[in-house]
Design a protein around this ligand. Structure first.
Ligand SMILES: [Zn+2]
Length: 403
């Protein structure tokens, strides 16, 4: 092989290996122009141009050459954005009050969504079949190409088996093989691409890190309620910390009230039963009605009736318990940011000073500098995170996954 051919081959390989990182930069909104892409990738302008053109040819991004943006050297630079007519993934979520299916494009953009309010069957195949059917209908309506599927469940998901180990708020049997069931139904529905399953709060944290309130954090702690129960997740340098077998950060079973209510896990006074929507409604003396989800009812109460003394007392009680749990986590994990989702986000909005003060008073590291505590910002962040799982093979190797 002569020198010129070697150089050309090396350039092509460098270009191909840059496709994934380049797509991730556009996907996460960190490269809006070709000039930024060039700087972030550390390649020549010619290579960055070729990489952007290749991603555009794959139907993943758009390159707009109209001179509007100004590059780092003061020259106009091509603008980059995700192609909003490009492929999508099917994202699915099962929670205590039903399910939601969605089509999600690059950039974490929800294209279409279909909620389903059902009594979740004790047979996981039943509700997973319904959510996959809802997703398949969305795909047919949209006519978009599907490149994979992701599912979020309110349970720790053991790796490498893909089993739901503790679906405490569903009647599913512990150890149900949810990943295999979901993947089988996705295939049976004729939906293209691989299928993945993860814990809902883990996926929410991943989505917030890439597209929401967690962007730029190095040690991101996420604590959130679902419709029932409490979960946690840690994103370290952009990767979910899931422990040796997928079961890390089971923060819902931290004891925050030793004399508190019995928990489904066998202990007592866990965050899971002391700081979730049902605990809040009970503390406020409200009968949880059957018509909408407990999370919706709690949110409504906190937003519209916080001057009612019973509601305020209940809110303060939950804020104090949540703060105690967060303080312990701050001491152990030393995060650089905490984000709160579900009911916890509403509690933060209702009285941010009280929550921050409890965390500061009760933790060593919280006291010294203060850890920023912020609300999650994405709507349906677990769904967006389920989509991230499905997008990951494309982000790793766009040409291999789509070519
Ligand atoms: Zn527990």
């Amino acid at each position: 092989m002569n020198g010129k051919a070697t150089t050309t081959k090396a350039r092509l390989e460098r270009g191909r290996s840059a496709l994934g990182p380049a797509l991730e930069l556009v996907h996460t909104g960190r490269a809006h122009t070709r000039a930024v892409l060039t700087a972030e990738l550390g390649v020549t302008r010619a290579t960055a141009g070729a990489v952007a053109a290749e991603l555009e040819a794959l139907g993943l991004i758009r390159v707009d050459s109209r001179p509007a943006a100004v590059g780092s050297q003061g020259r106009p630079s091509h603008r980059l954005s995700v192609d909003d007519t490009g492929p999508v993934v099917l994202a699915a979520q099962v929670h205590a009050d039903g399910f939601r299916a969605a089509l999600v494009g690059l950039g974490g953009r929800t294209v279409a969504t279909a909620p389903g309010c059902v009594t979740v069957s004790a047979d996981p195949a039943q509700v997973l079949g319904e959510v996959v059917d809802a997703g398949a209908a969305l795909l047919r309506e949209s006519g978009r190409r599907c490149v994979g599927a992701g599912l979020a469940v309110p349970s720790a998901v053991a790796e490498p088996d893909g089993t739901a180990l503790n679906p405490l708020h569903l009647a599913w049997p512990a150890g149900a093989p949810v990943r295999d069931i979901f993947a089988g139904q996705v295939r049976a529905a004729g939906i293209q691409g691989p299928a993945f399953t993860g814990n809902d709060v883990n996926l929410a944290a991943l989505a917030e890190h890439r597209h929401g309130a967690g962007r730029g954090a190095q040690h991101l702690l996420c604590v959130a309620t679902g419709h029932r129960g409490v979960g946690g997740a840690l994103v370290l340098d952009g990767r979910l910390h899931t422990g040796s077998s997928g079961l890390a950060l089971e923060v819902g079973h931290l004891t925050v009230n030793p004399q508190g209510r019995p928990c489904h896990c066998g202990s007592r006074g866990c965050l899971d039963v002391e700081a979730d929507p049902l605990a809040f409604l009970t503390a406020a003396g409200r009968d949880p009605g059957p018509e909408v989800s407990l999370l919706q009812q709690s949110r409504q109460l906190l937003r519209t009736e916080y001057d009612d003394p019973a509601v305020r007392n209940a809110g303060e009680e939950l804020i104090d318990r949540l703060g105690l749990g967060l303080a312990g986590l701050v001491n152990i994990l030393n995060p650089d940011r905490i984000i709160l989702g579900g009911l916890h986000r509403e509690l933060l909005d209702a009285d941010p000073e009280r929550l921050r003060a409890v965390v500061a008073d009760r933790s060593l590291w919280g006291r010294s500098g203060g850890v920023p505590i912020l609300p999650c910002t994405l709507e349906h962040n677990s769904l967006v995170g389920a989509a991230e799982l499905a997008w990951q093979p494309v982000l790793d190797d766009p040409l291999g996954a789509l070519g």
